[in-house]
Design a protein. Sequence first.
Length: 564
Amino acid sequence: MNETGKPKHFIRQIIEKDIESNKNEGRVITRFPPEPNGYLHIGHAKSICLNFGMAEEYNGKCFMRFDDTNPDKENEEYVQSILSSVRWLGFDWEDRLTHASDYFDQLYEFAIQLIKKGKAYVCSLPADEIKKYRGTLIEPGKNSPYRNRSVEENLDLFERMQKGEFEAGTHVLRAKIDMASPNINLRDPVIYRILKVPHLNAGDKWNVYPLYDYTHCLSDMIEKITHSLCTLEFEDHRPLYDWVLDTLETPCHPQQIEFSRLSLNYTITSKRKLNQLVENGVVSGWDDPRMPTLMGMRRRGYSPESIRDFAERVGVTKKENYIEMSLLETCVREDLDRKAPRAMVVLKPLKVVIENFPDDRVEELEAPCHPGNPEMGNRSFSFSKTIYIERDDFMEDPPKKFFRLAPGKEVRLRYAYIIKCDEVIKDDKTGEILELRCSYDPDTKSGTGTSTKKVKGVIHWMSEIGSARAEVRLYDRLFTKARPDAGGADFVKTLNPDSIETIEDAIIEPGLTNAGPEDRFQFERLGYFYVDPVDSKDGKLVFNRTVTLRDSWAKIEKAEMSGK
């Protein structure tokens, strides 16, 4: 553990050792460099928390840098969603919002330096030929026939590429390293390509754009990043990262450090596949509450604190592994349990008439807003002759351990009285249960009753008087398989047909009508719910179920792991 009581993972150890040795004059500067070509997802949360978190923890700075080198896939919607997600998680880049495109002029000049050093050349092979010449993991590549072009010819062609004289695909600029290298990333990688597409920030200035591996290390150098933290798939790219900086003899050489990415069961994080769900209308958008995007999780009601807690619990290692969804949901439950006020809501109402309760009487009852936080105060609601209970809380022919309501059986109404079911009223034609006729024991009022009568079951309810109506959306996991796309499987076939259930007229406590967008509640016995910030408008309330009170998937996961 370090001084903050947090686990001292290997990146903390590296940073603390660097500070102790006064490397980089004791400075800690990190960056979070997303591509603005989609919404951030839960996997990005780990990187966000790590990069901003390490800078914050060691009195350093973190740059919020957009890797905007592929303009035909980037747009302002993605930019704004990324900024919003990072802010929502609780991080602030202050005056350090940058873009790779801010450095395009410098990157272009660095490319010219490489050409002059004889370390880059214009290659005119078609893309498929470049791929063939590159070789395989077990066979070396072979030199391009254009590898030995003169410096003068390369400078001329590269300048003309930028002026727009050539079409996309006719030429690329490649680093000249080693086509026989065992590391395929060093086999003369492409560092610039022709792309005649307007840029979000740079406009129409450029007809050539740098590729990520070339751009990233130089952007780090320009910003004087000390610890360039990235996921393990970039480990094999580190020699290229170092080669570019060493070859150019840059004044600053950041250290790239790799860690395992966050892979979460029952999700996919491929932007291409997530976009497929959006484009095909499987979900309502990138912020659909079933999506693993941070905007989707926010709209579902996950708190930023719970996601930061999750990222910390997952830890930082070099080992790739899948994290159980139950851990994330546990973090959400634990956080919301502390802060979410309670309320009673009946999702699927069954009418109950209490025949021995006076017709004209309405009794006002009170209950704590939070059992563990008395400072939250109390809430009030009415009790009257006609109330509603959950349809699932009644069975005509119950099993032995059914402790809710049944013919001739008693149950306690939460915060109210014990009632007994005396009669079941059904539709003569369909046999559907229309209502229950019950009686109540006036001496069994919760907290003040004189009766010593005890029953095992307690159910929630709502009165016909004083209550209101709202739409409630019951969200569940989007996929039925822990690894929807394992082994190249068609992930669409594992979509959960029950991932959403919409209830139009749930009966809610009167106090919930004052709820505002993004308020969170625990609906007693039902789970944690969130006021949908998009669809709650014009007097309409929509509640999204964030998570159930208990892990309802535990048995499913156990069976799947055992192969049953």
